[in-house]
Each structure stands twice: as structure tokens, then as C-alpha cells.
Design a protein around this ligand. Structure first.
Ligand code: ADP
Ligand code: MG
Length: 290
């Protein structure tokens, strides 16, 4: 009888916004104790806009943005897309950029007119002991903004703040999972101030921030300790190993190919609210089989 049940439930799943790639983990979804969410592009829309530009002394707002705009044209990170959008809107000119390097999970580096330009995270600023206006940074971080720092030959040139929007449906997903007694965990490479701001707003059980891409799957492994069943949902290349490590890997349909190919279930409408259908359907197909 199993094949009949299976094909029927596949059709239902499609209507519920789910593409099931691996049936066994999908059917075990009702057993999950924890669900781990990537932040940018999953809980949030992943659509950053520049909100504040704070150049350091001797630097103009336009100079700062021009540098950042030029270098960020080389990256396709959501932060880069936000800065490039701002530069384009202002009609700024581009510098010629050479020797671009991605500092995975920390930012990027490139050469402009022979000087080295870096755009890095608050964590990387601290790790390198580079001084900056902490008060301004804290004020922006408190507002839930993501802040990046621009350096010229390791000299602080200023900071640029960006804001993303929490998806409306994320509130419902987190509330419902919390009500079902499933632990809701955020895991992000963004700094802990922003991460906690979003996590508190959504009412999440736990926030793990400033996670480097290669640490994401280790964190999922730790969350599985003691026989806990862990689901992971993400959209990025850096989420793929964690999706593979999880008992159930879920990818956002609009996410990167690598994430989709690694996931057990794909949310084809890119709406996190469809995760709730995974729980409903996995229970239904379980009941039919026993
Ligand atoms: P996420 O989990 O949000 O996808 P990432 O690991 O991609 O995080 O990035 C972590 C942090 O590294 C970002 O919050 C940012 O501070 C910095 N970063 C990454 N890419 C860029 C970029 N293109 N420009 C500036 N900063 C970046
Ligand atoms: Mg992401």
C-alpha cells in the first residue's frame, strides 16, 4: 500500500509549497526537537538597503560610498547588493578594482589605485584591534542594523549601516513552532547585536551569532547531541554543509543551487511559513503508514 500513499502525499506536498527530495527525512519531520534558521534571506527578506553612512574625519560621505560601491560590485553577498544599489541610485562613478579577495564570513578585500581596501564585519574589526567610533556603532547595532567597516591600508575610513526586513511570515512560523514545543534557533554570520535584535523580535529560543561559514555544520552537530533531532533551514552556499548535517535539511526555493541540491525539502514559494506544512504532512503520512 505504501506506493499509493506516497504518490498521493507527493501531490499534496506540491500544493503546500513543498518539493520533497528525500522522503525518509521528510517523513521523520514530526520527530524534530529543534529547528535551526539562517537569518539573512531566510527569516529576513535578504534585501538590504543602506540606511546610514558615517565617514571618519577627512573623508566625505561620497568618497566613502564610492570606495565601498566600487569594491562591492565584485561580490554578490546581500550586503554587497545593498551597497551597489545605493551607489547606482546616487549615480556614483566606479573606481577600477583589482585583486579582489573574499574573506569568507568576514568581508572582502581589493586594491583600488594601489591601496588596499577592506570592507569587514564588527567582529573582524575587534579581532584586528582597529579603533573606530564605538558609540556610533552601538547606536546603529541597537537599531538592528548590520554595520560594515571600510578600511584603506588598514586605516578606518568609516562605517555603512544597512537594514533588512524581517519576513512577515517568520513571526507566525516561530510562534507556531514554539507552541508545539520545538526549540527555535537562529544561526548567523552577522554580529550578535543584530542577531539578538531579530531573535528577540521573533521570540526565538536561542541565537547563535558570528558563526563562520565552516562552523555552521559543527553547530548543527552539537545541537544533535543527546539524540536530539534537528532541522535546518537556509538559502546560502555557506548553509549547505549544515543542511547536510541536519536530520532534515530545508532550502529556500529562491536560494543558491548548492543549498537546494543539498536539502531534503525545498520551499518552492520561498516562504518559511510552508515549514509548518512539513510538520502537518509528515504526521499525516506517518499515520497512514502505521
Ligand atoms: P550570513 O549568515 O548573514 O549569510 P555571512 O557569513 O555571509 O553571513 O557574512 C558574515 C558577515 O561578514 C556579514 O554580516 C558582514 O559583516 C561580513 N561580510 C560578508 N560579506 C560581505 C561583503 N560583501 N561586504 C561587507 N561585509 C561582508
Ligand atoms: Mg542566508
Amino acid at each position: 500500500a505504501t506506493p499509493l500513499v506516497t504518490s498521493r502525499s507527493t501531490g499534496i506536498a506540491a500544493k503546500k509549497g513543498l518539493l520533497i527530495r528525500n522522503r525518509t527525512p521528510f517523513e521523520g519531520a514530526w520527530k524534530l526537537d529543534r529547528v535551526v534558521f539562517d537569518k539573512t534571506g531566510t527569516l529576513t527578506e535578504g534585501n538590504f538597503g543602506v540606511t546610514d553612512i558615517h565617514p571618519s574625519n577627512d573623508v566625505t560621505e561620497e568618497d566613502l560610498l564610492k570606495l565601498a560601491y566600487s569594491v562591492e560590485t565584485q561580490s554578490d553577498h546581500p550586503i554587497a547588493r545593498g551597497i551597489v544599489k545605493e551607489g547606482k541610485e546616487r549615480g556614483l562613478e566606479l573606481y577600477k578594482v583589482m585583486d579582489y579577495r573574499n574573506l569568507t564570513g568576514k568581508g572582502l578585500k581589493a586594491k583600488v589605485n594601489g591601496t588596499e581596501i577592506a570592507i569587514i564585519s564588527p567582529g573582524a574589526m575587534q579581532a584586528n584591534n582597529i579603533s573606530f567610533d564605538v558609540k556610533t556603532y552601538e547606536k546603529l547595532a541597537q537599531q538592528g542594523k548590520t554595520v560594515v567597516f571600510v578600511l584603506k591600508d588598514n586605516d578606518f575610513q568609516g562605517m555603512i549601516a544597512l537594514a533588512d526586513i524581517i519576513r512577515e511570515s517568520s513571526y507566525k512560523v516561530i510562534e507556531e513552532l514554539n507552541n508545539r514545543g520545538i526549540e527555535t534557533v537562529m544561526m548567523t554570520g552577522d554580529n550578535s547585536r543584530v542577531a539578538n535584535y531579530v531573535g528577540d523580535k521573533l521570540g526565538m529560543s536561542k541565537v547563535i551569532a558570528e558563526v563562520l561559514p565552516h562552523e555552521k555544520s559543527d553547530n548543527v552537530k552539537k545541537l544533535k547531541e543527546g539524540g536530539r533531532k534537528v532541522g535546518m533551514i537556509g538559502d546560502g552556499i555557506n548553509d549547505a554543509p549544515a543542511l547536510a548535517e541536519a536530520d532534515l535539511g530545508i532550502a529556500i526555493g529562491a536560494g543558491t543551487d548548492v543549498a537546494i541540491e543539498t536539502a531534503d525539502v525545498v520551499l518552492v514559494n520561498s516562504n518559511p511559513v510552508d515549514i509548518l506544512n512539513i510538520f502537518k504532512l509528515s504526521k499525516a503520512s506517518y499515520r497512514k503508514m502505521v
